[in-house]
Design a protein around this ligand. Structure first.
Ligand SMILES: [Zn+2]
Length: 296
């Protein structure tokens, strides 16, 4: 008979022999005999609950999670956080890049699962790439959204962050966001199946997620409109006044949706600053009014 971790809700972390070799890891002071394996995973996101791992296991074991992030460079960071979708989408992609999604292959590598086999197809080890792109039921979804060709061309054997950089160089940002949104929907459905034993419809879920991201963008476009700053820049070089004369320069800027301000500086014939001042003003002032006011 083979031991299966399943969704982990029946496995007691400290009392059951769930690790290969019947090893029970040493517990810390936060010993809870009723703690279940499933408590170590965030079922909504399918990710490790690092807060729990770090209190339960040795620092070496828990820090593997941190080590994984070191291989993910700035370029990946830039791609992930410039998707212009909801933060949860970027969070999901970032977790995938760090290898933090709790797929069976990873559970097995960490000696948590007795085997790495995907519970969806029962054929292959479940890597992140397998769960999102290759598992039997998932391939049809990519075909449905007309992405099957680009997905099959992509480096599916590479770590996810390398796959992401490849894809970011192949498609524009709109298409990249759409592809990652579909992957996010697939991951959501996979978690529903694994942790809740619910067979979610991948096609309608993918369509729903694409709409959700679009709705977010429409909403964010209205609410988080970037302030357009109009800056009246000096175009000529500053010239010293003649001896005995104090020169006063003023400048103002006005932003839409943000406060503006003006500044005044007085200098003598040597260019030395005699005094200077700044003041905030309401954002709805015209530039000309703001500059005129700063002269007083
Ligand atoms: Zn599979």
């Amino acid at each position: 008979m083979k031991w299966r971790v399943g969704n982990g809700s029946n496995i007691k972390v400290w009392l059951d022999s769930w690790l290969p070799g019947n090893v029970i890891p040493p517990h810390t002071s936060s010993f809870d005999p009723d703690l279940r394996f499933s408590d170590c995973i965030d079922h909504q996101c399918g990710e490790w609950r690092l807060d729990i791992l770090q209190t339960l296991f040795s620092p070496d074991w828990a820090s593997q999670e941190q080590d994984a992030s070191n291989v993910v460079g700035n370029e990946v960071w830039r791609v992930v956080w410039s998707l212009d979708g909801p933060p949860k989408l970027s969070h999901f992609v970032w977790k995938a890049c760090k290898g933090s999604l709790a797929v069976k292959g990873e559970l097995f590598r960490r000696h948590i699962a007795a085997d790495p086999i995907c519970s969806g197809c029962s054929v292959t080890a479940e890597s992140i790439s397998h769960a999102l792109f290759c598992c039997a039921g998932v391939q049809n979804v990519w075909g449905y959204f007309n992405c099957d060709e680009i997905i099959s061309d992509s480096p599916l054997d590479a770590p996810f962050h390398e796959w992401l950089l490849w894809m970011a160089n192949k498609v524009d940002r709109v298409e990249l966001r759409r592809i990652l949104t579909i992957a996010w929907a697939i991951w959501f459905c996979r978690n529903k199946r694994v942790y809740e034993n619910v067979a979610a419809d991948l096609f309608s879920c993918g369509t729903g997620y694409i709409k959700l991201v679009q709705d977010y963008r429409n909403y964010a476009g209205k609410v988080f409109k970037a302030p357009t700053c109009i800056i009246s820049a000096a175009t000529s070089r500053w010239v010293k006044p003649v001896a005995g004369v104090t020169k006063i320069n003023v400048d103002a800027h006005v932003g839409l949706g943000a406060s503006g301000g003006f500044g005044v500086v007085a200098r003598d014939s040597q260019g030395q600053i005699l005094w200077a001042a700044t003041k905030k003003i309401p954002a709805n002032w015209a530039v000309e009014d703001a500059e005129a006011c700063s002269s007083y």
